[in-house]
Design a protein around this ligand. Structure first.
Ligand SMILES: Nc1ncnc2c1ncn2[C@@H]1O[C@H](COP(=O)(O)OP(=O)(O)OP(=O)(O)O)[C@@H](O)[C@H]1O
Ligand SMILES: [Mg+2]
Length: 376
């Protein structure tokens, strides 16, 4: 779970806050994990089509492979699958792979698109036997639709309500067996009864640099760009563990290589190109570095309150909290404490600054002990 969940700041009514802050800072943020508005066609072209082509997530791949093979052997439909993980890790891609592996058609919809239970009933009742129903952002579905889905998932049946008020009647409707594939970036927001109805849940993790390197090589091949190992590794290292970002950085580096070089992507080209776009070796962009720089240089590493930090970098509170901080926390560069934001020793290292005395590794004999109990 991300640290913003831990602090409860992005829960409940604020659940859409991250989207809003991301939009306010600029949907074109090069290292933003969400898809840009014009990116879907580009992404579709780079999507692996089979499970064996899908890079990384080896546990998920192995488990899913078993689920699908078993279903095929039984000549039945696969269990309902829940895919949970951060944006850009491959949930939509996997849903399409599931359909391809099952040789089944796929129907695509999303939580926000289903306003009323009737919308869902219409979709469910038109499914063919064995069809895959992909429900993206399943945590954003309305409550009545969610309740209808419970029964549909469990008994392949829905009750369609006809009429209103005391005269309303429920007409039961049998559904053909289908496989629901739900995707969510916020598994914590799913009500337990819904979560429990999935036979298989895949938790997608951030990718290792070596895996992203393979993603870059694969995409480069499809885009017909020559990339050497060092060039791919340079891009992978700046991609924040996210294939979507790796593909996006690759496209920017390709442009640079084409305009300023000989079209071939090597380490030098990748590093210069991403320098132009202000994405550093670790994948931090201008905003991330501004936040970290202010914390370290203006506030001695903190603790400092979020509002003060936001004013110092000239951004909204939400932008700092929801756009910049999650990655800084994940990278262990910044910590959120009850007294405010604190830079970790790694922050000084990353900014190329000498750590202040207080951030030097503690002497063994002066490790914090009882003192901490009275210190606050
Ligand atoms: N394992 C992978 N191997 C190769 N490419 C991948 C992999 N995972 C994702 N990608 C690429 O990353 C891009 C984004 O993937 P996808 O759209 O499936 O992410 P997502 O998890 O559905 O994101 P969102 O939460 O925003 O919907 C796609 O272009 C896809 O080709
Ligand atoms: Mg998706």
């Amino acid at each position: 779970m991300s640290s913003s969940d831990e602090y409860g700041t992005a829960e409940g009514p604020g659940a859409q806050g991250a989207d809003a802050a991301e939009a306010a800072y600029g949907a074109d943020r090069l290292v933003g994990p969400e898809a840009e508005s014009d990116e879907s066609a580009l992404e579709a072209a780079l999507r692996p089509k089979e499970l064996s082509e899908f890079i990384g997530q080896s546990k998920v791949r192995e488990q899913l492979d078993l689920v699908l093979k078993a279903a095929r052997q039984r000549q039945g439909t696969a269990d309902h699958v829940l895919l949970s993980g951060a944006p850009g890790l491959g949930k939509t891609t996997l849903s399409m792979i599931i359909a391809a592996e099952m040789g089944a058609p796929i129907r695509i919809t999303s939580g926000p698109a289903i306003q009323h239970a009737g919308d869902l009933a219409a979709i469910l009742s038109s499914l063919q036997e064995g069809e895959i129903l992909f429900l993206d952002e399943i945590h954003r579905m309305s409550r009545p639709a969610e309740e209808m889905l419970y029964m549909a998932m469990e008994d392949f049946r829905v009750d369609v309500i006809v009429g209103k008020g005391p005269g309303a009647t429920a007409i039961p409707l049998e559904l053909p067996p289908f496989t629901l594939v739900g995707a969510t970036t916020r598994a914590g927001l799913l009500p337990p009864p819904l979560r429990d109805r999935f036979g298989f849940t895949a938790h997608m993790e951030f990718y290792e640099p070596a895996e992203l390197e393979l993603v870059v090589h694969r995409s480069a091949r499809l885009l017909d760009v020559r990339t050497d190992a060092a060039g791919a590794s340079e891009i992978a290292g700046r991609s924040r563990g996210t294939p979507r970002i790796a593909n996006r950085l690759l496209r920017r580096v390709r442009d640079y290589a084409q305009v300023k070089g000989d079209g071939v992507i090597d380490r030098e080209t990748a590093s210069r190109a991403l320098g132009v776009y202000e994405v550093d070796e670790r994948g931090l962009d201008r905003l991330d570095r501004a936040v970290l720089g202010a914390l370290v240089k203006l506030f001695g590493g903190g603790p400092v309150g979020l509002s003060t930090l936001a004013v110092a970098v000239g951004e909204e509170r939400e932008t700092v909290e929801e756009v910049a901080e999650p990655f800084l926390v994940r990278e262990g560069l910044l910590a959120r404490t009850p007294r405010g934001r604190v830079a970790t020793p790694a922050a000084w290292d990353h900014l190329g600054l000498a750590r202040p005395q207080s951030q030097q590794p503690p002497h063994p004999s002066s490790a914090p002990g009882q003192q901490g109990l009275f210190g606050e």
